[in-house]
Design a protein around this ligand. Structure first.
Ligand code: PHE
Length: 471
């Protein structure tokens, strides 16, 4: 196998690893998806459930993924396979999730790139028209496709360069920029008159809106936003040095990710209420509300808007790189391809999927798979089912198929660093989390609109499981 031939790549520095892992976590999930999910699910109550999912399930699974990755020094499929062949399917499910997320993610990345240019070419001239502008843009046949392709080209250029030279180097500059920009936007939004209602919406829970679907949405989002349940953090862990403190790193990444999500909420909702817009606007939310804020800012508006969409693009890029890396690492480790060929081949397939997703917003909106268009097909299948089930499989694998001693050694660097919560973590992973995910999944699937799509997803997973040894 490839791993015996060549020395495995690794991160250059601790800061570089943290920025790359945080870069993977912080992405469209935080700035684009978190606000609109909050808007669709009634605000504060959703946020509270989401925070509980992050603290209990998300953090534990991130620690588990890093531990498995570093212990095996292999990417998703190889890591499972090396321990137990019957588990190969869980790794393959991860690679499929990565592929499917990449089937729509770069489309949104392309929108963001396009909005950089639009910021300075008249988008902000008519604040009341931002919704129409967005609708017309994403449903056009050619323009969004061109931007998606440019976005993919950036991914290819970085991932082909490898772990330390590409992914790590880019993340170290791009991530801090994002933080600064968000802070500027929050100040602008909160200072608008009428913004107080947005703060109430964000921080005062209305529990009457909560259903099984809300909880599944919050759980799915906690996986998506932390890049969990598909072997991404596992793969990043496989490039991690034995000296790194896994629990502390995981905590730092979770805190950064959560901070950006809450900051995005603060950037959007106060302004949204100040402008009298609707919270449940769906996927167009950032692209509609944020430009409207900038339009109020006079001459500096276009510049700040350009910077904001640049930061969003960057956040999207550091995440999509990591998604692409899961697929690429699989081809390198398991199919013995070299990095460049693996990157080109997977990107070609991904770009074709994105063409369908993008066209499903307009030209091809009539074509439905299980009642939804291509974009939603990839999005719902991964976010609402594959990631959560992938996370559940990982916890079962770690809790029941790995040795407790090995895990303890991995998480304490052979006893050289302390991990006081080891027992708590272990019991959560072994008993609590698998049950919680199973219950939420059943409740959620029962409540969700696209039930056939969900059942199809479950069927795919079962099929993979049955043929696991052949994979
Ligand atoms: N965490 C990323 C985001 O929030 C998306 C992602 C999911 C990246 C899964 C890698 C793996 O945008």
């Amino acid at each position: 196998m490839g791993r015996e031939r060549a020395q495995r790549e690794s991160w250059g520095t601790r800061f570089g690893f943290l920025m790359a892992a945080a870069g993977s976590a912080v992405g469209l999930g935080n700035i684009w998806r978190f606000p609109y999910l909050t808007g669709e699910n009634g605000g504060s109550a959703f946020i509270i459930i989401y925070l509980i999912c992050i603290a209990i399930v998300g953090l534990s699974i991130m620690i588990a993924e890093f531990a498995v990755g570093r212990r095996t020094s292999l990417s998703a499929v190889g890591a499972y396979k090396s321990q137990n062949r019957s588990w190969t399917f869980a790794g393959v499910l991860g690679v499929i999730s990565g592929f499917f997320i990449m089937g729509f993610y770069p489309v949104v990345g392309g929108w963001s790139l396009a909005y950089m240019l639009k910021s300075v070419t008249g988008l902000l001239a008519l604040p009341e028209a931002t919704a129409d502008v967005f609708g017309a843009f994403i449903s056009a046949p050619i323009e969004p496709l061109i931007w998606t392709i440019i976005f993919m080209a950036l991914n290819i250029a970085i991932v082909a360069k490898g772990v330390a030279g590409g992914i790590e180097k880019a993340s170290k500059v791009l991530m801090p920029t994002l933080f600064v920009l968000l802070i500027i936007i929050i100040f602008e939004g909160v200072s608008l008159s009428g913004s107080g209602a947005g703060l109430t919406y964000l921080f005062k829970p209305d529990w009457s809106q909560v259903t099984g679907e809300t909880v599944l949405a919050a759980l799915g989002q906690s996986f998506f936003t932390l890049s969990l349940g598909m072997g991404c953090m596992l793969t990043y862990g496989s490039y991690l040095s034995k000296k790194e403190n896994i629990p502390v790193s995981a905590l730092a990444i979770v805190v950064m990710d959560t901070a950006v999500a809450i900051m995005s909420g603060l950037a959007i909702f106060p302004a949204l209420f100040a402008f009298g817009m609707e919270p449940a606007t769906g996927p167009g939310l950032v692209f509609v509300v944020v430009p409207a804020i900038f339009a109020q800012m006079g001459n500096v508006g276009p510049v700040i808007s350009l910077l904001f969409f640049a930061a969003l693009t960057v956040a999207a890029l550091t995440s999509s790189m990591s998604l692409l890396e899961v697929v690429v690492a699989y081809l390198i480790d398991e199919k013995e391809m070299d990095r460049k060929h693996a990157t080109y081949l997977s990107s070609l397939v991904i770009t074709i999927m994105c063409v369908f997703s993008s066209l499903s917003m307009g030209q091809m909106s009539g074509i439905k798979l299980f009642g939804v268009g291509f974009f939603d097909f990839f999005d719902i299948l991964t976010d609402k089912i594959f990631l959560a089930i992938g996370g559940m499989l990982l916890t079962i694998f770690v809790g029941w198929f790995m040795k407790k001693e090995d895990l303890k050694n991995e998480l304490t660097n052979d006893g050289t660093v302390a991990f006081g919560f080891f027992e708590v973590w272990y019991n959560l992973v072994k008993y609590v989390i698998p049950v919680v995910i199973a219950v939420v999944a059943v409740m959620g699937i029962a409540a969700v609109e696209q039930r056939n799509l969900m059942l199809f997803g479950l069927f795919m997973i079962i099929l993979l499981g049955v043929f696991s040894k052949k994979l």
